[in-house]
Design a protein around this ligand. Structure first.
Ligand SMILES: Nc1nc2c(ncn2[C@@H]2O[C@H](COP(=O)(O)OP(=O)(O)OP(=O)(O)O)[C@@H](O)[C@H]2O)c(=O)[nH]1
Length: 432
């Protein structure tokens, strides 16, 4: 398995684990939250219709566990009522209950009629429609339900709340503000129902709680989608980066290889030169002409073209070495080769054949031609200024390739001619 597939797999496993466990935690209620209204975070007070010209009497009592409201309804006011008002703040800054999805109410309601309904208001203050000096201007998010007695906690979705239509009409609330709103609830009111009778009512509030979630299901879904997308993007970016690094590495290695290749090529050239060049004079050595000679001789024979060699040997070179030392001898050899090189044609090939012996291979030149040329070379050597008053001469033997003779025979004839030149007193050209 490649490193890429391995990483892809590990990331997928991790994401599956995160997604599954987050949903399991959600299902187990780990993200649930509750907001319980109690005397610790609110103040309770009873209100009745006496403020509106009525004569209803009401009392409130808190026994440390539950809050009781008792009312003696009097049929005086137009809409007799009594209620418990739970103040969540002393001013206009209330509590944001919009994050909660339900309200839980555990209320026992003793009324003359069974299943009589009570009203619950979540009063929202918003400067868009509320004013500080007018308590009625806070929005009436309302529900009505029949709590009965001993029914335990009843959970009502916040969606069940509706805004009272008389309040919308009285305050000419713009349409965009006419829906339920819980972002700044300042007061919760639990009041007797709409059609109370002039008798005694009692209401026991055992629990008032709001249920919500730190993370809603849709938030969880969005979080998981975001996580998967982020991982996918991260993975793609990482993969691209790795690819980029890989390419960079390949580029680097290619450059290194190219350089190494160049160096090898240079070294090859150097060693090739070492193999084919004479180290002292820089002219070709025997190796350089070995194969070439076979071809050039074959070519000359087939095309009936003349081919000649000039065999040169420096006269009394041993004496020079002995008198002036090997170093001086080397210098003379170098200069000797240089003088020959300067004079030969482009098609001629000069080779240091060994010691103080040189051969010039002359393609397309017959015996007469090379003899004349050799004489010229002899004079160049003789007339050169060799410093220290030295007189350097050379003897030359020339031979032209004849018929089907091989190179050894040609060389032998040139060598014989050279020997003849030496014998005849040196510093001269002899032909074979
Ligand atoms: N300095 C130097 N001397 C060399 C080199 N190669 C050969 N020699 C010397 O060249 C001399 C050749 O001497 P010989 O073969 O006796 O010939 P010679 O003294 O030139 O006499 P003749 O050819 O008969 O005129 C020897 O002393 C070699 O040591 C070289 O590369 N450098």
């Amino acid at each position: 398995m490649t490193e890429l597939t391995q990483r892809l797999r590990s990331t997928a496993y991790l994401l599956i684990i995160i997604t599954t466990s987050s949903y399991l935690l959600y299902q187990c209620g780990v993200f649930d939250r509750e907001f319980v209204i109690s005397p610790r975070n609110a103040t309770f007070q009873n209100i009745d219709d006496t403020t509106q010209g009525g004569n209803t009497q009401s009392w409130i009592d808190y026994d440390g566990k539950s809050l009781s409201l008792s009312c003696q309804i009097a049929d005086v006011a137009k809409w007799p009522f009594c209620e418990v008002a739970i103040n969540l703040s002393s001013g206009v800054k209330g509590i944001d209950l919009s994050q909660y999805h339900s309200i839980g109410l555990d209320i026992d309601y003793n009324s003359p009629l069974s299943d009589e309904r009570i009203r619950v208001y979540l009063r929202n203050f918003d400067p868009a429609y509320s004013s500080k000096g007018d308590p009625v201007s806070s929005k009436f998010n309302a529900i009505e339900f029949a709590p009965g007695v001993g029914n335990g906690i009843q959970v009502i979705p916040m969606q069940a709340f509706q805004v009272l239509s008389w309040w919308i009409a009285d305050y000419e609330v713009p349409i965009e503000y006419s829906g339920p709103q819980f972002n700044n609830v300042t007061i919760i009111e639990i009041a007797t129902g709409s059609n109370v009778k002039p008798t005694t009512y009692s209401l026991k509030l055992k629990k008032l709680v709001f249920y919500g979630e730190w993370f809603s299901e849709s938030m969880l879904l969005r979080f998981n989608i975001f996580l998967w997308l982020l991982s996918a993007i991260g993975f793609l970016v990482w993969e691209r980066w790795k690819l980029h690094c890989g390419l960079k590495e390949i580029e680097k290695k290619t450059v290194q290889l190219v350089n190494a290749n160049k160096n090898l090529h240079q070294e090859n050239l150097f060693f090739e030169e070492l193999a084919y060049k004479d180290a002292l004079t820089g002219t070709n050595n025997r190796n350089a002409v070995d194969r070439w000679l076979q071809e050039v001789l074959e070519h000359a024979r087939m095309n009936h073209q003349p081919f000649s060699i000039i065999y040169l040997d420096i006269d009394h070179f041993k004496l020079i070495n002995d008198t002036f030392g090997h170093h001086k001898g080397d210098e003379i050899l170098r200069e000797f080769a240089q003088l020959l090189n300067n004079r030969i044609r482009r098609t001629d090939v000069l080779v240091r054949w060994g010691g103080e012996e040189f051969i010039i291979f002359c393609s397309g030149t017959d015996r007469a031609g090379v003899t004349e040329f050799s004489e010229e070379l002899r004079q160049i050597i003789e007339n050169n200024d060799w410093n220290d008053g030295l007189a350097i001469t050379c003897s030359i033997g020339v031979a032209q390739l004849s018929g089907h003779e091989n190179f050894d025979s040609l060389l032998q004839r040139a060598d014989n001619a050279l020997y003849k030149a030496k014998k005849l007193g040196r510093n001269q050209v002899a032909t074979a």
